[in-house]
Every structure is written in structure tokens, then in C-alpha cells.
Design a protein around this ligand. Structure first.
Ligand code: FES
Length: 180
């Protein structure tokens, strides 16, 4: 009886967490991603990948959000986020381009987008341009599989991307930066 009483509110709290108070849609996508992973605490690294893909870097607020969702102590989430070099707690380039390489995006051409961007910029995933203009990253699943392949441009998720549309977006950034 005691175990049942505990299980019920846990399911409820997950449903209620659909909306982040900030109203930022990326939290909803992250929630979708975590739901797919059944909120497993051992999926922490995968969740952090998704979070960084969506937000560009891991803010304290984001780490707390994940800690609550996966029911892990904040110290554990923070510890893992700082242990692995591919996670960053600081913003990097002026612009960020994160290309999803999760299964749905990969089969729809995510890999060709990465290759095109790497060739165009000379950057590898996880790297920031020497002039600080761009950080390139890849993610495993952004929770937006329905619009695969997905790319996050400066925090905005764009669906149905191609190498051409992605390079076009990078060009608009370059042009805008050149004017300022
Ligand atoms: S695989 Fe899910 S958003 Fe790319």
C-alpha cells in the first residue's frame, strides 16, 4: 500500500511539469526528450546532450530542471555536466548551430548537414571559431523528431533542414556580423 501511495504523485508531478514557468518552448522539447527516455536517472548524459543541443550551453536553471525531472541531486547533475569536456556551462560563439544526429534526423540527412557545415566553416563539432563568431555542435535527439532533420540556430529550432538551408542561415549571420 505504501509503495502505491508514493507512485501516484510521482506520475502526476511529471505531467504538471510540461510547462516551464519561463514559457520557453525549448523546455517542452527537453521534456519530450526526457519522456522518451522514461526519466531514467541513468539517461542523464543523454539528457544533458539534448539540453545543450537546445540551449547551446547548460545554465544553472537548466541543470536544476533536469535534476528535478530525473529525481537526481543537483550536485550529481552538476558533477556530470562539469566532468565531461563536451558539456559547457558557458556560452561560446556569438552564434551557435547545433545539428541533430539522433536516429530520425540522421536517416533524413543530418549527417550531410554536419559534413557541409564542417567543410564550409572548417570547424568540427564542439568547436568555436577563432574569432568567436560561431560554435558548432551536434546533439543526439532534440525532442523534435517530427520535423527531422532539425537544427538549432541560436536557440531557435528549425525543422526540415538541408545542407543548403543551413549554409544559407550561416551566411545571413556572416552578412549581419559584417554590417555591424
Ligand atoms: S532525432 Fe529527435 S530531434 Fe533529431
Amino acid at each position: 500500500m505504501k509503495a502505491e501511495a508514493k507512485a501516484s504523485p510521482r506520475r502526476h508531478s511529471r505531467t504538471e511539469r510540461e510547462e516551464h514557468p519561463s514559457g520557453d518552448d525549448r523546455f517542452r522539447m527537453l521534456e519530450t526528450s526526457m519522456k522518451k527516455l522514461r526519466y531514467r536517472p541513468d539517461a542523464l548524459i543523454e539528457v544533458l546532450h539534448s539540453a545543450q543541443g537546445l540551449f547551446g550551453y547548460l545554465t544553472g536553471d537548466l541543470l536544476l530542471f533536469i535534476s528535478h525531472a530525473l529525481k537526481l541531486p543537483p550536485s550529481r547533475v552538476y558533477g556530470v555536466a562539469t566532468f565531461y569536456h563536451f558539456f559547457t556551462l558557458e556560452p561560446r560563439g556569438r552564434h551557435s548551430c547545433t545539428i541533430c544526429l539522433g536516429t530520425a534526423c540522421y536517416v533524413k540527412g543530418g549527417g550531410t548537414i554536419v559534413a557541409a557545415v564542417e567543410e564550409r566553416t572548417g570547424l568540427k563539432s564542439g568547436a568555436t571559431a577563432a574569432d568567436g563568431s560561431l560554435t558548432l555542435a551536434t546533439a543526439r535527439c532534440l525532442g523534435a523528431c517530427g520535423i527531422a532533420p532539425a537544427v538549432v540556430f541560436d536557440g531557435e529550432v528549425a525543422g526540415h533542414q538541408t545542407p543548403e538551408s543551413t549554409l544559407e542561415k550561416l551566411k545571413t549571420w556572416e552578412a549581419a556580423d559584417g554590417e555591424s
